[in-house]
Ligand binder design. Structure first.
Ligand SMILES: Cc1cc2nc3c(=O)[nH]c(=O)nc-3n(C[C@H](O)[C@H](O)[C@H](O)COP(=O)(O)O)c2cc1C
Length: 467
């Protein structure tokens, strides 16, 4: 086992934080195994959320896809179908859980702040201060077609709108003073002057309203952010409490990302303790070291069916290859040269198909791999793989070195994919005093060990005294 030295950790007492990212739409969840359940039944969500709460996770996290992805005019076959609206789904989970945070991915490009801020407030109040909002801008034009707004807003303007959206949402969330509701014996239900008028005007929004809801136990929903461009990172440094990053399992990459975010945070006038970084990650555990390879092979074989492997190759080659045998070789001719972003799927976006094809051909030739074996090989080592003790040691090393604050774990199978993490990995972390042994707070903000947020109108009484 690799031994990590703890002599010069930047954060020798830091705890590991976990969220669970229930993906819904992806090609990493095993769907053909008998242990795999529906992606949309409430029972599946219930089991995953309760297991995560048993494991003292900070949050249950849902992504959002407003439109099915497509490839050459057909629904993208890599995606496991089904993704109910996140706020609706989390409201149902709020009723059967008591501690775990509930995070909804919601789009700032196609929503309106007066509506979305109110719905997120509703979730935050119903759950006793456990709501989070993962703010996404969505980088493609075809989602805009849902709203007859294909191509709406340049990339840069999307982040401008997202910033104005959050400024507006915060003004709405802060509309009520903390002591807005009057005493029971008062003649009025609200305190005079405690429900403020919100008037916000910016390039994207022009609102004038009185908010309908008070602040929650944690003030307002915790803000997550998941974009990775330079603008996305600046936006995260200015507004987010948590970054859902794509820089998880390689130590140097994760540390470089965290260092970059901390310098952007400083530039935004914020302290390092105001931001958490939770990369989206997969965890594959086997109880004994001798079983790790077999377990990993089982997971990858389940994830990469012949159809999935062919679909991945079609994304790079840019055309229908369904006639090929997934257990045979890669196509011998070159990919379609069309710009990759034309494909309405994620894998080709922004990448050079010829470079990927050349890389894959070289690998397939060197190791004599079929299409399916190649798909398995190219994803084989990403993630957190090992015995519970090995993964625990490595995680503590990452967290205490300041590279990450924990993981947003995507289970490779639902509903049972968190069981071994909760039963085997968490005890190893607790034994090393790097994971909570009970919830000490009740809000998501408290679970994340983030400083409280004060309202701009925190109390009418205090204002009167100060004034
Ligand atoms: C780890 C990660 C997860 C994301 N999850 C979602 C999602 O569930 N729904 C969505 O619409 N966009 C999602 N996005 C897309 C981002 O919100 C953003 O729109 C996109 O990455 C473009 O911004 P960028 O150019 O700054 O990366 C995700 C991005 C990352 C890096």
């Amino acid at each position: 086992m690799t031994r990590y030295s703890s002599d010069d950790y930047a954060r020798p007492d830091a705890n590991v934080h976990f969220g669970v990212f229930f993906q819904g739409v992806n090609h990493n969840t095993i769907w053909s195994d008998p242990a795999s359940a529906s992606q949309i039944d409430f029972e599946t969500f219930r089991r995953v959320a309760l297991t995560a709460e048993r494991g003292l996770f900070d949050a249950f996290f849902l992504g959002e896809g407003l439109r099915l992805r497509e490839q050459q005019g057909k629904i993208l076959d890599l995606d496991i179908a089904g993704r109910p609206d996140a706020i609706t789904q989390l409201a149902a989970l709020a009723g059967i859980t008591s501690k775990i945070g509930l995070v909804a991915t919601q789009n700032s490009t196609y929503n309106e702040p007066a509506d979305l801020a109110r719905r997120l407030s509703g979730l935050d109040l119903l759950s006793g201060g456990r709501a989070g909002w993962n703010v996404v801008t969505t980088d493609n034009a075809w989602t805009g077609e849902n709203f007859r707004r294909g191509g709406f807003l340049d990339h840069a303007l999307r982040y401008q709108r997202a910033g104005e959206f959050i400024d507006t949402a915060r003004a709405i969330w802060d509309g009520w003073s903390d002591d807005a509701i009057a005493d029971a014996d008062s003649a009025r239900w609200s305190r005079e002057g405690a429900i403020n008028h919100v008037s916000q005007s910016s390039s994207q929004f022009d609102i004038s309203l009185r908010p309908t809801l008070p602040r929650s136990r944690q003030g307002h929903p915790v803000l997550f952010q998941a974009g990775d461009s330079s603008q996305g990172r600046d936006f995260g440094a200015n507004y987010a409490d948590v970054i859902f990053s794509a820089h998880g399992s390689d130590f140097d990459d994760a540390l470089a990302f965290a260092t970059d975010m901390r310098s952007r945070l400083r530039a935004a006038g914020r302290a390092a303790g105001e931001l958490r970084i939770l990369p989206g990650s997969e965890v594959v555990l086997a109880e004994k070291e001798s079983e790790v390879e077999d377990k990993l092979r089982w997971v990858r074989e389940g994830q990469y069916s012949g159809a999935t492997a062919l679909s991945l190759v079609e994304q790079v080659w840019g055309r229908d290859l369904s006639h090929l045998d997934p257990d045979g070789p890669l196509p011998t001719d070159d990919p379609v040269a069309a710009p990759i972003s034309v494909t309405r799927g994620a894998a080709r976006d922004g990448k050079d198909p010829h470079a990927i094809a050349a890389q894959w051909r070289a690998l397939a030739e060197a190791k004599n791999l079929s299409i399916r074996q190649l798909a398995i090989e190219t994803s084989a080592r990403s993630g957190w793989i090992g015995t519970p003790a090995q993964v625990a040691e490595r995680l503590i090393h990452f967290v205490r070195s300041g590279a990450i604050d924990g993981l947003n774990i995507s289970p490779y199978i639902v509903p049972g994919g968190l069981d071994d993490i909760v039963d085997l990995l968490i005890p190893e972390l607790q034994e090393r005093e790097a994971y909570r042994t009970r919830y000490t707070g009740s809000t998501l903000r408290e679970h994340l060990e983030l400083p409280p947020v004060r309202s701009r109108h925190h109390s009418v009484g205090a204002d009167a005294e100060a004034g």
